[in-house]
Design a protein around this ligand. Sequence first.
Ligand SMILES: CSC[C@H]1O[C@H](OP(=O)(O)O)[C@H](O)[C@@H]1O
Length: 343
Amino acid sequence: MRTIFWDGCVKLIDQTLLPDKFEIIECRRVEELADAIKRLAVRGAPALEAAGGYGVALAAHERDFSSVDELKEHVKRAAEFLASTRPTAVNLFYGIERVLKAAMDGNSVEEVRQLALSEAEKIADEDVERNKQMGKHGAKLLEDGFTVLTYCNTGRLATVDWGTALGVIRSAVEEGKKIKVIACETRPLNQGSRLTAWELMKDGIEVTLITDSMAGIVMQKGMVDCVIVGADRIVRDAVFNKIGTYTVAVLAKEHGIPFYVAAPATTFDWGREAKDVVIEERSREELIYCNIKCKQSLIAPSDVKVYNPAFDATPLKYVTALITEKGVIYPPYEENVPKILGF
Ligand SMILES: CSC[C@H]1O[C@H](OP(=O)(O)O)[C@H](O)[C@@H]1O
């Protein structure tokens, strides 16, 4: 089953309930999908790209319209609303803009609806295919018997299907290589423990869960052959990814361990630099409660000051190679990224 798909409305796996409950959310209105994005029921840059696209298509279908002009105005407003949900993953805006552009070519209500949904479906289908391509290219970097350290969740649940960094691991395993994974839990929302461990165990891929603070000792003990992470936005001088990625990258450099980033071309925002990117800051409740879902078990004084950035920026000097659907890109990035990705 895909992470997000169209079935008369937008349907998606509610990732906030995993690993203990597997439920599908049905979004019949854009507001419902926007809420799902904001509370990370659907999350992960490529999954957000599809969510953005499906969200624009949903806007065109969510009610009746007296004219194609009224419909187009409604869709434009919905696109702006969807773009306001999360600021850092550039894929979200790519998906929204791509479907909005397609929809504007329609000359009737029915045509706008058809064009929007068709483009949103193309985005979803393309994501699965490019993840498989990325997996093939990246699998060449993993030797039989490797142990790979991962951060956050970059698997099926972070994409429409297959995954980016976890997709590379899946592809290597599919080729017959024995790959073990050390998954960082990834505080505060535990995408690593709740989602990555769940995905890998379902696939029968050996995974060991560690706290984020253990990343150093496993590298120091020689337990890690390489690190593979995903990305939310790659700019000319840095990779934006889940908070804590920068720490892992510096540790990997210190221990001479390859640090790879797997991301599709739509995660690249090559015209910008790190200083131009907004890092999402999330609620204090994510840090002061053990379980954000039911706001139980305080693990900090309820009125303590909190800083909760959802992402950090890893300078490209810490990145051994960028794994994309077009191939593996090595430094010098300023020369090779535009050449291979055609920017
Ligand atoms: C395959 S991209 C996944 C990327 O997205 C995650 O962020 P979030 O869970 O907040 O959407 C994280 O940065 C992952 O690396």
